[in-house]
Design a protein around this ligand. Structure first.
Ligand code: NDP
Length: 310
C-alpha cells in the first residue's frame, strides 16, 4: 500500500477509511521519507518546510479545512505537489458561527445569562437593556463562499449589507474599495477573508477607529487579519466598542487583556467545529486522497495548484 504521512490529528472515521488504502505514518515519529507519496494535514499545522524537503516523492497534500495559509503553495508547486482543501462543506456552519457571535454581542446574552444563573436577577433586578441585532449596517470583509453564506443567513435580520474585497462582485450590496471607507459606513464588520500575507493586519488601528466607539468587530477568518495589539488598545481606550472573536494571532494563546473585558466575546476557533460539519470535511479530505490514488485527479484542489490536477 502507498505510504501516507499524517501531520496533526485526524478523526477516527478518516483514519479508518485511510487505513484501508494507505500505510499511515505519523510526522511526529520515524517515517520512511522517500516512500511518502501522500500527506494529510490537520490544516492548522500546514506542511512544514522540513517535511516537504524530506519527502521528495510526495505528490499530494490534503488539508482538513478551507483556509490553507499554513501551507507554502509555491513550494508545493515547485515540487509538483497538488494541494487540496475543503471548500463549501463548511459554509453554513461558519456563517452560523459569525451570526451567533453578532447576535450574542448585540444582545449581551453572555452577561444576561450570568445575571440569571448567579441569582442577581432576584437580588438586583432586571438585566440592563442591550442593542437590537435587527436593521444593522453590516460590513462583510471578504465576500467569498462563506461571506455570501453569512449575507444569506443574515437576511431575516433585515441588514443593510456592505462589503470590501479586492474585486467588486455582482451582488446587490454596497461595495467599498477601501476597508476604512467601509468601516466608516457600517456598525459591525465581519471578517471572513483568507489569512496569509495579503490580508495580514488589514484590520488596523485606522479601520478600528473608523468603525468607532459603538462599532463591533467580529472575526471568524484568521487571527492574522486583525492587528491584535491595536485591537486590545482600541477596546481599552473605547475607540472601538465591541469585539467577538473566534480566531487569534497566536492560537491557542489569547491576550490576557481580552479575557477580562466585558465588551468582548472569545471562542476557541470553533467556527466549523460541529460533529456534522467536521464529518463532511473529513469525508472530502479522504475522498480527495482516494481519488488521487485511483485516477490521479483530485476533487477540490486549491487554486494555486489546480494546474497540477491531471
Ligand atoms: P473564498 O476564497 O471563497 O473567499 C475569500 C474572500 O476574501 C473573497 O471574496 C476574496 O475576494 C476576499 N479577499 C481575499 N483576499 C482579500 C484581500 N486581501 N482583501 C480583501 N478581500 C480579500 O474563501 P471562503 O469564504 O471559503 O473562506 C474564507 C476564510 O475563512 C478561509 O480562508 C479561512 O481562513 C476562514 N475560515 C475560518 C473558519 C473558522 O473556524 N473560524 C472556518 C472556515 C474558514 P477578492 O479575491 O475579490 O479580494
Amino acid at each position: 500500500m502507498p505510504d501516507l504521512l499524517q501531520i496533526g490529528g485526524i478523526t477516527d472515521a478518516m483514519r479508518d477509511r485511510l487505513a484501508e488504502r494507505f500505510t499511515i505514518h505519523q510526522a511526529t515519529g520515524d517515517y520512511p521519507a522517500d516512500a511518502i507519496t501522500h500527506i494529510v494535514t490537520n490544516g492548522h499545522d500546514g506542511v512544514p518546510a522540513d517535511i516537504l524537503a524530506n519527502c521528495p516523492n510526495a505528490r499530494m497534500a490534503a488539508s482538513y479545512g478551507v483556509g490553507y495559509d499554513a501551507i507554502d503553495t509555491d513550494a508545493c508547486v515547485e515540487r509538483g505537489i497538488i494541494v487540496t482543501h475543503t471548500p463549501d462543506v463548511l459554509n453554513a456552519e461558519v456563517a452560523s458561527t459569525a451570526i451567533m457571535l453578532m447576535l450574542t454581542s448585540f444582545r449581551n446574552f453572555l452577561s444576561d445569562e450570568a445575571h440569571a444563573r448567579s441569582g442577581n436577577w432576584e437580588t438586583q433586578g432586571n438585566a440592563p437593556l442591550s442593542r437590537s441585532a435587527d436593521n444593522r449596517r453590516v460590513g462583510i470583509l471578504g465576500l467569498g463562499r462563506i461571506g455570501q453564506a453569512i449575507a444569506d443567513k443574515l437576511a431575516p435580520f433585515n441588514p443593510d449589507i456592505h462589503y470590501h474585497t479586492r474585486s467588486r462582485k455582482d451582488v446587490p450590496y454596497t461595495y467599498h474599495d477601501t476597508l476604512v471607507d467601509m468601516a466608516r459606513a457600517v456598525e459591525v464588520i465581519i471578517c471572513i477573508t483568507p489569512g496569509g500575507p495579503s490580508t495580514h493586519h488589514i484590520v488596523n488601528a485606522d479601520v478600528m477607529e473608523a468603525l468607532g466607539p459603538d462599532g463591533t468587530l467580529i472575526n471568524v477568518s484568521r487571527g492574522s487579519v486583525i492587528d491584535e495589539a491595536a485591537m486590545v488598545a482600541a477596546l481599552q481606550s473605547g475607540t472601538l466598542g465591541y469585539a467577538a472573536l473566534d480566531v487569534f494571532e497566536e492560537e491557542p494563546k489569547i491576550p490576557d487583556a481580552l479575557k477580562s473585558m466585558s465588551n468582548v466575546i472569545l471562542l476557541p476557533h470553533v467556527g466549523s467545529a460541529t460533529h456534522e460539519t467536521r464529518a463532511a470535511m473529513g469525508t472530502l479530505v479522504v475522498d480527495n486522497l482516494i481519488s488521487h490514488l485511483d485516477n490521479g485527479l483530485v476533487i477540490s484542489p486549491v487554486p494555486e495548484t489546480k494546474h497540477l490536477n491531471g
